[in-house]
Design a protein. Structure first.
Length: 143
């Protein structure tokens, strides 16, 4: 499985449009080579370089199997992020360049969990159902 974006390259700069300094909307994502037997997708976006530890920017699960997640869309049920919201919270590092990990998981079932679940709770629920995972890393530094 492979995850890319038409908005930025792997380990490249995330355009301001997709950050707290711009429109604060999610970038478009392309998912390739989804394995057979996948029933749903899960997307987690987080920043391991945050001063207080990994900062969760977006948690989306029970995404119907698709090869594209559109810009500024809600592709599935949303969990809670570390901004305490059920939405995409774009990159907004307090200082320096941070890495943002967009991680897509192919699952063998729909999880049917309630919205507002935490990344940790979601991780426990999906762990035995992960068929494959792909990752895209984007960088952002505030001017």
């Amino acid at each position: 499985m492979k995850l890319t974006s038409p908005a930025f390259i792997h380990n490249g700069a995330i355009p301001t449009k997709y950050t707290c300094d711009g429109g604060d909307i999610n970038p478009p994502l392309i998912i390739e080579n989804i394995p057979k037997g996948v029933k749903s997708l899960t997307l987690i976006v987080d920043d391991p370089d945050a001063p207080m530890g990994t900062w969760v920017h977006w948690v989306v699960f029970d995404i119907p199997v698709t090869s594209r997640i559109g810009e500024n869309t809600i592709p599935g049920k949303q969990g809670i992020n570390d901004f305490r919201k059920k939405n995409y919270g774009g990159p907004c590092p307090p200082s320096g360049t941070h890495r943002y990990f967009f991680k897509i998981y192919a699952l063998d079932k729909e999880l049917n969990l309630k919205e507002g679940i935490s990344k940790k709770e979601l991780g426990k629920a999906m762990e035995p159902h992960i068929l494959e995972k792909a990752e895209l890393i984007g960088l952002y530094k505030r001017e």
